[in-house]
Design a protein around this ligand. Structure first.
Ligand code: UDP
Ligand code: MG
Length: 133
């Protein structure tokens, strides 16, 4: 089934000029970028975006981090896009990510792991609406 999902190139990857490499990687793997923009969000916006994690010990650092510099947000579209994107991203911790995944290739650490991707069709809709309403 054709789906849409939200992807974010996080500040560590934007800073290292990985935007084009990451976009080409998605396109080569049959995820089409149908909308994209570079933005810098506020602490309030990042806290809202990541509110599902508000009870986690890493929440404050995570929100500070996502609002620390420019990010690139994208709507990806393709067959099983949500799951496909998660597979292409790899595990949250780059040290545990499989060979050939974005986080294995570019992630620096569990917090600076270069990329975000929606984890369900339902959350994809919410996250797409967050950035592209
Ligand atoms: N994160 C962190 N420390 C942890 C777990 C997660 O800093 O111990 C950060 C990491 O940047 C991750 C984000 O919080 O991408 C959201 O966590 P989640 O468990 O949803 O991982 P993801 O869905 O991004 O793989
Ligand atoms: Mg997640």
């Amino acid at each position: 089934m054709t789906e849409q999902t939200l992807s974010i190139i996080k500040p560590d990857a934007v800073e290292r000029n990985l935007e084009n490499d990451i976009k080409n990687f998605f396109e080569k793997n049959n995820l089409k970028i149908i909308k994209t923009k570079k933005v810098k969000i506020s602490k309030e916006e990042s806290s809202d975006f990541y509110k599902v994690h508000q009870t986690k010990p890493f929440y404050i650092d995570l929100c500070n981090y996502l609002s620390s510099g420019p990010i690139v947000v994208m709507i990806l579209e393709g067959e099983n896009a949500v799951k496909k994107n998660r597979q292409l991203m790899g595990a949250t911790d780059p040290k545990k990510a499989e060979e050939g995944t974005l986080r294995k290739m570019y992630g620096l650490s569990i917090d600076k792991n270069s990329i975000h991707g929606s984890d369900s069709i339902e959350n994809a809709k919410i996250e797409i609406n967050f950035f592209f309403k």
